[in-house]
Write a protein that binds this ligand. Structure first.
Ligand code: 6PG
Length: 259
């Protein structure tokens, strides 16, 4: 990446782990609340009221992996979010039953959804992995069509040591045509390196379109990711997360790092 572009990246570094999680949670609250208030106002302007059975007013997408569980546990007790009017989407999933210990859905149920009664009012759009994979993707795409203009308000992402985010792995551009259904919001993916080869993921383009993308890097082993993001020379094909940090849209990305 060129120096000029790098300078515009927003990177916050922390030593205090509690403050790190609290700040990310506070940013998430702020963005979701603002999005919900804006949509409520828009509805009221056309004489509509926010009623039961209507889609939510705020749209949040969460990654799996190990890093964000403490954040989700913190968000679980967050009373400033109107959970009943929040739609929660899973960013990506491994093709295993939802009760498998490698399931991202399970991790989120055991962290976020282990919280207050309020949190359980937020509808969780995960992947129905018990279906054949094509149907799983179709079902998720249908649920995702609830998201206004397919633009999420907040996406929480972890990044792997090879620069993958969601289930977008190195070599993804060359593989796109094999895996993508044209124009779809979710797609099939695979990894030969990490847990569970067969994956489903939101596409990189849909993730990039989001109003806010919070990249969460925790632990010394993620320092090399931060270094590659800030001053490395790998391409977005080799280090996928660079796609989110390249060209327009990177101003919506906030990177949080804690040792
Ligand atoms: C997954 C993900 C993935 C994850 C990164 C980082 O299913 O694994 O959603 O993109 O965020 O691999 O994972 P860790 O947080 O475990 O390092």
């Amino acid at each position: 990446m060129k120096k000029k572009a790098m300078e515009k990246l927003s990177i916050k570094k922390y030593q205090d782990e509690q403050k790190f999680w609290k700040d990310i949670a506070a940013q998430t609250v702020k963005e979701l609340s603002a999005a919900a208030a804006r949509r409520k106002e828009e509805l009221e302007e056309v004489g509509l009221e926010v009623g039961e059975g209507m889609p939510g007013l705020a749209f949040l997408a969460l990654s799996g992996g190990k890093t964000p569980a403490p954040l989700y546990s913190l968000l679980a007790g967050e009373k400033r979010i109107n959970w009943a009017k929040t739609e929660v989407f899973l960013v990506d999933e491994r093709m295993v039953p939802r009760d498998n210990d490698k399931s991202n859905s399970r991790m989120i149920r055991e962290s976020l959804y282990a919280g207050s009664n309020e949190i359980n009012l937020a509808y969780f759009h995960d992947f129905m992995t018990e279906l054949p994979v094509d149907e799983t993707i179709d079902q998720y795409r249908e649920e995702f069509s609830l998201v206004p203009e397919e633009k999420l308000d907040v996406v929480i992402l972890g990044v792997g040591p090879d620069g993958h985010f969601a289930s977008i792995f190195p070599g993804w551009l060359a593989k796109s045509s094999k895996f993508y259904g044209e124009g779809g919001t979710a797609m099939l993916s695979e990894t030969k390196t990490f847990d569970v080869a067969e994956r489903i993921t939101l596409t990189a383009e849909i993730i990039k379109k989001s109003s806010k993308i919070f990249i969460v890097l925790k632990g010394k082993e993620k320092l090399s990711v931060l270094e590659e993001i800030s001053s490395g020379s790998k391409s977005m094909e080799e280090f996928p997360v660079k796609f989110l940090l390249d060209g327009s849209g990177k101003e919506n990305v906030q990177i949080f790092y804690c040792e």
